[in-house]
Write a protein that binds this ligand. Structure first.
Ligand code: APR
Length: 257
């Protein structure tokens, strides 16, 4: 049976601007360890706040770099799931759709999404501490599961330490990405909030910005979140099941769909 209430598929199909806002939940079914799940095995004795801060990197660059290399290798072994694929298909079907993600994996890109906005950076965009981009060696992915500390590479341009290209606790979001995301959320007709617990700010502000701008906010999440109270449509379930169904309904009502 249909997943969208009457009229919502048409609203998406005719939208001038759609924001697909995603969190760790959309990658869960690809087997990508979420931020907190990634503290297993060797890393289980650490707390995320001990590994994902500038201070942690300063104190022990090899430990932090090793953890991110291990997480990057885990992402490379994963595949985009039907949720990522449906998000990319929706972006192709409805011009003016932008994907904004809190995830640092590259599964949206690998599913075919164009130019996803990474609010928290990416495991695949390391840079040196002076800000120079560093070409992550795409090389061998068979990083052992018990990978331990690995000394980070040095910047080829200035010799400074290379760091993961993700936003750490205590750091500001990349200005260009956050500005683009707020601009999209404040000018969109529909915002889909997929697989985010909606508790990490400022990213969690985006659905509020959208609803204040008169957009229709649709949530996809198997669990309750603070967004339950403000979304117009609350689809209780997984992204891999609900996004393809949502896409099919939008395609059905699209001219020549
Ligand atoms: N489909 C959709 N949603 C899912 C699925 C699924 N298959 N599985 C889990 N979820 C939901 C959970 O119910 C939860 O609400 O995804 C959400 C994941 O929440 P978090 O793990 O807090 O991830 P996220 O909201 O992206 O966290 C934001 O905090 O962990 C830091 O910087 C990190 O970007 C991350 C930020």
């Amino acid at each position: 049976q249909r997943v969208l209430p009457d009229g919502v598929a048409e609203r998406i199909a005719t939208a001038g601007r759609v924001v697909v806002f995603t969190g760790a939940g959309i990658s869960a079914e690809s087997g990508v360890p979420t931020f907190r799940d990634a503290l297993t095995g060797l890393w289980s004795r650490f707390d995320a706040y001990e590994l994902a801060t500038p201070e942690a990197f300063e104190a022990d660059p090899a430990l932090v770099w090793g953890w991110y290399e291990w997480r990057r290798a885990a992402v490379r072994k994963a595949e985009p799931n039907a949720g990522h694929v449906a998000a990319a298909a929706l972006q192709a079907l409805v011009p003016g759709t932008v994907v904004v993600t809190q995830n640092v994996d590259d599964l949206h890109e690998r599913a075919g999404s164009k130019d996803p906005v990474h609010l928290h950076g990416s495991l695949f965009a390391p840079r040196c501490v002076a800000g120079h981009p560093f070409d992550a060696p795409s090389g061998d992915d068979d990083v052992p599961d018990d990978l331990g500390p690995v000394p980070p590479p040095r910047c080829t341009a200035c010799g400074a330490l290379v760091r993961p290209g993700v936003v750490w606790f205590g750091e500001a979001l990349p200005r260009a990405a956050f500005t683009a995301a707020v601009e999209a959320a404040s000018s969109c007709d529909v915002l889909l909030s997929i697989g985010t617990s909606g508790v990490v700010y400022p990213a969690a502000e985006l659905p509020v910005v959208a609803t204040r701008s008169g957009a229709t906010v649709i949530q996809v999440n198997p669990d309750e979140t603070p967004l339950d109270d403000i979304c117009d449509v609350n689809l209780r379930g997984t992204a891999a099941r609900l996004l393809p169904a949502l896409y099919a309904e939008v395609k059905e009502v699209t001219a020549g769909g």
